[in-house]
Design a protein around this ligand. Structure first.
Ligand code: PXP
Length: 384
C-alpha cells in the first residue's frame, strides 16, 4: 500500500512538485506506522472543497484541508484546496509546496485520531504531534544540501595580491552558518583559489570538500594527493569569466572516462558538470561517473517567464532521468535568492553548489546571514 496524490483542479496545474509531495506523503505514512495502508491525497480548488465541506461537514465555505477516516486497508482520504493553500502560503511568505506539506501533516494527524477542535488540551497535543512529523520530515533529508563556493572570497584577495580575505576563514564561517559543504575551483591559471587554499581546506573543512577542476594530468595528480571528498570535473577556458558551458561528456567520452577512472582509483568519487541534456546524462553514466551536476545557467539567465519555464522543465526531466539511472544529482551555476526555491523543491536534486550570489550578498549582510538565508530557501522554501 502507499500514498497516492490525485489532482482535480480542472485545467489549472498548481505550481507544485507532485513527485516530491508523493514522497512526503509516503514518508508521513511510514512515520505514522501505517506503511501497509493506503492514503489518498486529493488536491482540489476552492469550489470543490466548498462542495465537500458543505455536503459532509455542513459548512458552506472553502477551507484548506479536510480528512476522512477510511477503514480496512485504507487509512483515509485527505482533501486539500490548492487555492486556499496558495493564499496561505503567500500570506506566510512561503511556497505552496511547503504549505501543502504542512497541510498534509495536519490532515494525517487528524486521521490518527487527534482533533484540535476538541478543547485546548487536545489542540496542544495535536500541535505537538504535527511538530513531531515536521521534524521527521526535516531529518529525512528530503531537502537538498547547500554547498558554498568560496572562490570569490579568493577573487577579492587576489585583486590586491594580499592575504585577505582568506577563503579558508570564509569556509569556516559558512560551515558555522549551516552550509553542508564547501566548494572551490582550482583553475589552471590560479586566478582565485590557490593550491595552499585547497590544502588548508582539506585540513579544516568539517562538512565535505568539493574540488572543481579541469580533467588535466596536473589537476588529477593534485586531487589524488589532496583527496577532496568529491571532484567535479568542469570544462575550462582561459578567457572565460566563469565556467561557461557544461562538460561535453558525450563528445569526449574516452578522455573523461580515463579521468574518472584515475580519480576513482585514488578513492575520489566524481561528478560531471553537464548541460541539462539527455545525451550528456547518459554519457555521464557511460563513462562511470557517480554523480552529475546539472548546469543551471540557462534557467538562471532565462529572459522571459516562458523561457525560464522551459529550462525548469528541462532541468526537472534531466534530474529525474539521472536519478533513475542511479546517478547522484547536484545542480548549480547562476543561482540566486530569487530563483533557487523552485529548483530546491525537485526531489532528485540532493545538492546545490552556490557561490557568487551568496558572496555578493555577504558584502552587505555578512557571510553568516547570507548563508543562512540561502539555506532557508533551499531547505524550507522561504526565509523566516
Ligand atoms: N557549479 C560549478 C561547476 C561552477 O563552476 C560554479 C561557478 O564557479 C558554480 C557551481 C557556482 O556558480 P555561481 O558562482 O554562479 O553560484
Amino acid at each position: 500500500m502507499a500514498a497516492e496524490i490525485l489532482l482535480d483542479t480542472g485545467d489549472s496545474r498548481p505550481p507544485v512538485n507532485l513527485a516530491r509531495l508523493e514522497r512526503v506523503a509516503n514518508l508521513l505514512l511510514s512515520a505514522a506506522g501505517a506503511r501497509e495502508r493506503e492514503l489518498n491525497v486529493l488536491l482540489v480548488d476552492d469550489e470543490r472543497i466548498q462542495e465537500i465541506n458543505s455536503k459532509w461537514l455542513e459548512r458552506d465555505r472553502p477551507t484548506n484541508v479536510i480528512s476522512f477516516q477510511g477503514e480496512g486497508e485504507v487509512l483515509g482520504d485527505i482533501v486539500v484546496s490548492v487555492e486556499t493553500a496558495g493564499r496561505e502560503a503567500a500570506a506566510a511568505g512561503t511556497t505552496m509546496q511547503c504549505r501543502l506539506e504542512r497541510l498534509l501533516i495536519h490532515g494525517l494527524v487528524h486521521l490518527m485520531g487527534f482533533d484540535h477542535e476538541a478543547g485546548e488540551e487536545e489542540a496542544r497535543k495535536m500541535a505537538a504531534e504535527e511538530r513531531r512529523f515536521a521534524q521527521i520530515l526535516s531529518k529525512e533529508k528530503i531537502m537538498a544540501d547547500l554547498c558554498i563556493n568560496v572562490d570569490h572570497i579568493a577573487t577579492i584577495r587576489e585583486a590586491r595580491g594580499t592575504v585577505e580575505p582568506d577563503p579558508v576563514w570564509g569556509a569556516a564561517i559558512a560551515e558555522l552558518a549551516g552550509a553542508d559543504g564547501i566548494v572551490v575551483h582550482l583553475r589552471e591559471d590560479r586566478r582565485h583559489i590557490q593550491e595552499r587554499d585547497v590544502r588548508l581546506l582539506r585540513q579544516t573543512v568539517r562538512t565535505r570538500l568539493t574540488l572543481e577542476m579541469a580533467a588535466t594530468d596536473e589537476m588529477i595528480a593534485i586531487a589524488c594527493d589532496i583527496k577532496p571528498d568529491i571532484v567535479t570535473l568542469v570544462p575550462e577556458r582561459r578567457e572565460e569569466l566563469t565556467t561557461e558551458g557544461g562538460l561535453d561528456v558525450a563528445g569526449l567520452k574516452e578522455h573523461i572516462r580515463d579521468a574518472v577512472s584515475r580519480l576513482n582509483a585514488g578513492g575520489i568519487p566524481v561528478s560531471l558538470f553537464i548541460d541539462p541534456e539527455e545525451k550528456q546524462v547518459r554519457a555521464s553514466l557511460d563513462v562511470g561517473a557517480q554523480c552529475v551536476e546539472l548546469h543551471t545557467g540557462r534557467y538562471a539567465e532565462a529572459e522571459s517567464p516562458e523561457a525560464q519555464e522551459r529550462e525548469f522543465e528541462n532541468l526537472a526531466a534531466c534530474a529525474r532521468l539521472a536519478y533513475e539511472l542511479g546517478l547522484r544529482v547536484h545542480a548549480g551555476h547562476g543561482l540566486t535568492y530569487n530563483n533557487v526555491a523552485r529548483l530546491a523543491a525537485l526531489p532528485e536534486i540532493e545538492e546545490f553548489s552556490i557561490g557568487h550570489s551568496v558572496i555578493a550578498r555577504s558584502v552587505f549582510v555578512g557571510l553568516e546571514k547570507a548563508v543562512r538565508d540561502m539555506n532557508a530557501l533551499i531547505k524550507q522554501g522561504f526565509v523566516d
